[in-house]
Design a protein around this ligand. Structure first.
Ligand SMILES: C[S@@+](CC[C@H](N)C(=O)[O-])C[C@H]1O[C@@H](n2cnc3c(N)ncnc32)[C@H](O)[C@@H]1O
Length: 377
């Protein structure tokens, strides 16, 4: 995964780096430093990016002396568990998502040394917009605005590029050469919930706000079937397990499956098992989607977080687990990427990661202008 770049390429630091997918999207940039706490993620990072200076450990323990040189950009995909709508929302005060403050303390210390990056991107789940009644989003915007950056955010679904529904929030702070912006929010990346969150911001935070202008890409030309491994290279569920899983379909999802069967053509779907409350009763369901997209990859924390692939050909329906290779493709990772040996580690790595083409679009559309001068100086 070596990224061959020019000597005067812009430089990025990658925090909460996981397997280094942000760096993969920063095409033409040099990653001058990366950090992650998790030993398995750190192994994956080092094995795919052997040339990048990497520090394994808590971001809160990093000192400016640990971070070499200067950078045009600090990228931070900070932990989302306490901000996720699916979890108990401790917000940025939560044990895991609170690691964000370790990152901002480091940025402040680097700024004091004259090494604060002009651009900072914080990626997180869209739950950041509402957690703490909007206070967490305001705090992130205020932290990025320190040092004179203007700050804006975009809600971007990886489904614009990849066959995976994966909406994520990107808060982008920039000073110096300004990226393109618009006077009023525009679709698709200034979503209604982002506009509502902006309305709730305190005036002092709004004063530094910018609606960054990022053009939507051309229509996606890859669907779920395009990322699947060949049928003869994957392990299919035995028939009793398939029948048990299909028995979890709700009447609506069963009708959809029947409609796909009736076409007689090969159709592929992906889906999760979910617990729904039906007439007051917790009921486990299998929910398959036939719209050419996979559901948002998650980190495996039990069977229901692993995605199922269904292949329907007339009367024959086969089911299996989504593989780590397929998960990597759903994140836009090239096939040459070295995945961990265990399937669960591979799925965890990808489920937590940032989609590569989204980073690339942000880098080219918003982050590249003016980058490369200061860091090279
Ligand atoms: C949402 S994931 C980001 C993954 C990464 N962007 C990628 O593409 O693979 C958050 C990462 O933060 C790391 N992390 C969590 N707490 C941390 C801390 N206190 N210091 C450093 N890294 C931490 C986790 O190990 C995880 O890899």
């Amino acid at each position: 995964m070596t990224n061959h770049v020019a000597d005067n390429a812009p430089v990025a630091w990658e925090f909460f780096a996981g397997g280094g997918l942000a760096g993969l999207g920063l095409h033409g940039w040099r990653v001058g430093f990366a950090n992650d706490l998790d030993p398995a993620k750190s192994r994956a990072f080092r094995s795919n990016h052997p040339d990048v200076p990497f520090h394994e450990g808590d971001v809160s323990a990093l000192m400016p002396r640990d971070v070499p040189g200067r950078a045009d950009l600090a990228w931070a995909s900070s932990p989302c568990q306490d901000l996720s709508l699916a979890g108990a929302r401790g917000g940025l005060a939560g044990r895991r998502s609170g690691a964000f403050w370790g990152f901002t303390d480091l940025m402040r210390a680097l700024e004091a040394e004259g090494r604060g990056p002009d651009r900072i991107v914080v990626e997180n789940v869209c739950g950041l917009l509402t957690s703490g009644g909007g206070a967490d989003f305001a705090a992130v915007c205020a932290a990025l605005a320190e040092g004179g950056r203007r700050v804006g955010a975009l809600e971007i679904d990886a489904a614009h590029w990849l066959p995976q529904s994966r909406p994520r929030l990107f808060v982008v702070g920039v000073r110096g050469v300004a990226p393109p912006e618009v006077a009023e929010p525009v679709a698709p990346f200034h979503s209604s919930r982002l506009i509502a969150a902006h309305d709730r911001l305190p005036d002092a935070v709004k004063a530094n706000w910018a609606w960054w202008a990022l053009a939507a890409p051309p229509r996606r030309n890859l669907d779920l079937s395009g990322v699947l491994e060949p049928d003869d290279r994957v392990d299919w569920f035995p028939s009793d397990r398939t029948a048990a899983a299909l028995a979890l379909l709700s009447p609506l999802h069963r009708r959809r499956l029947e409609a796909e069967r009736a076409s007689g053509a090969r159709r592929v779907a992906a889906g999760y098992r979910r617990v729904r409350i039906e007439e007051g009763v917790r009921t486990q369901r299998l929910e398959l989607r036939f719209d050419g997209l996979a559901g948002c990859l998650r980190t495996p924390a039990g069977g229901s977080s692993r995605q199922i692939v269904a292949v329907v050909e007339g009367d024959r329906t086969r089911l299996r687990w989504l593989t780590p290779v397929e998960a990597a493709r759903l994140m836009g990772v090239p096939d040459g990427y070295r995945l961990p040996a265990s399937a669960s580690a591979g799925l965890k790595l990808m489920g937590d990661a940032v989609a590569v083409p989204v980073v690339r679009a942000l880098a080219e559309g918003l982050l590249r202008p003016g980058a490369g001068r200061r860091a090279a100086a």
